[in-house]
Design a protein around this ligand. Structure first.
Ligand code: DX5
Ligand code: ZN
Length: 219
């Protein structure tokens, strides 16, 4: 079984203190830093881009898990790689050619992730699974933190885990959106091994990051 990892989303951090917030996450036991990149076009919200990621990267040694909610994504992949992304996750709807975008990420020696929106079927990635390092299952519609978890996406996680076993593959399964101390257990049970969390990590228990990360990992 894969080790359970927590990837806190800095979308819920104090944006006036981002460097310190990242240090706080690393100290609190975060396994990676989830960076939500939104372009105001692919999703209705707008966040940060490569220069900010590059600056933040200096504050931490743990991997940067960069979730690109932008379109067209292909021509920007290299910029995020240069900025210091360790995992680059794209949405199939954000590129004309999913395979070539995945290969572009791999050529840059980064881990390639593909994210599926709640309404996106796993069929769109079945031909590329051998090239994918991580599948990010959205449990909310992308765009904003603090939304309600959609339990119906757990079925996709179970199905992916089954296919991973059958094909003897090794990709990670990450879940993103509305994760709290109750549904985290269900997500782990279904087969997710990386949990993204913004609101729960930063706001629960008066912002006790260490405690919140431990609670999210516990089964
Ligand atoms: C949603 C983002 C998420 C999300 C996580 O578009 O991809 O990373 O903001 O935040 P919570 O845990 O608050 O749902
Ligand atoms: Zn995300």
């Amino acid at each position: 079984m894969k080790k359970i990892k927590i990837s806190p989303s800095i979308l819920s951090a104090d944006f006036s203190e981002l460097g310190n917030e990242i240090k706080r996450l690393e100290k609190g036991g975060a396994d990676m830093i989830h960076v939500d990149v939104m372009d105001g076009h692919f999703v209705p919200n707008l966040t940060i881009g490569p220069p900010v990621i590059k600056a933040l990267k200096k504050n931490s040694k743990i991997p940067f898990d960069v979730h690109l909610m932008i379109s067209p994504v292909h021509k920007y992949i290299e910029d995020y790689s240069n900025a210091g992304a360790d995992i680059i996750t794209i949405h199939p709807e954000g590129t004309d050619n999913l395979k070539s975008s995945i290969l572009k990420i791999k050529e840059l020696n980064k881990k390639a992730g593909v994210s599926l929106n709640p309404e996106t079927n796993i069929d769109v990635i079945l031909n590329e699974l051998d090239k994918i390092d991580l599948i990010l299952i959205m449990s909310v519609n992308p765009g904003f933190g603090g939304q309600k978890f959609m339990p119906e996406v757990l079925a996709k996680i179970k199905e992916l885990k089954k296919i991973r076993d059958e094909r003897k593959l090794d990709f990670d399964i990450e879940i993103d959106g509305g994760i709290n101390f109750e549904n985290s257990k269900k997500a782990i049970e279904a087969g997710a091994n990386i949990l993204v969390s913004g609101t729960t990590v930063f706001k629960s228990n008066n912002g006790d990051i260490k405690k919140n990360i431990e609670l999210l990992k516990s089964k």
